[in-house]
Ligand binder design. Sequence first.
Ligand code: URA
Length: 207
Amino acid sequence: MDKKSKLEEIKNKALADDKLPLRTKETNLVFGVGNPEAEILFIGEGPGYWENVKSEPFVGPAGRLLDKLLELINIKRQEVFITNVVMHRPPNNRDPLPQEIEAYRPYLDAIIETISPKIIVTLGRFSMAKFLPNAAISKVHGNPSLVKWGDDEITVVPMYHPAAALRSNEIMVKLREDFLKLPAILAGLNKAKEKEEKEEEKQMALF
Ligand code: URA
């Protein structure tokens, strides 16, 4: 099954899951959007008012900033994939609870597994905690970490949440700087992969 169909399948499962804790008559599933073949996967916190209305992540003020940050590094929103740790809007935009994050985890993990991105960018502390449970965002933001993920390793770049940047000049500057590092991080990973493939070819030639 191709990645697009697999993501459809996961979404349909989530749509049919009436045990999801934040699902109410007023909330729509905000599954995720973007390119199934994305090299970069962004994970935020949870849908807000506009995300719930449009069933799409990051379409309110924080989303407009995310779009501008992507523009800054010449990446189109349609090239990446964007999702959240919880997929229904928490009441009054409160923080998601640990048991809520846990309830949506199988769907988020299935998205990660399917897309298998080169980089995961976490936006804010809730998605960062999924991969770097003991990290302080003020210390680690913008720095890639190789994180164990099943039998694999995955590069995670924690960043501040765009909504936090909308409230603080200092965070806006840091978030901008961190985004500017992304192309070099991606290029470094691609180069390392190329080198590994060349080594493998060389070994094969010896056979
Ligand atoms: N904030 C988030 O964390 N996610 C969204 O989708 C929108 C705002």
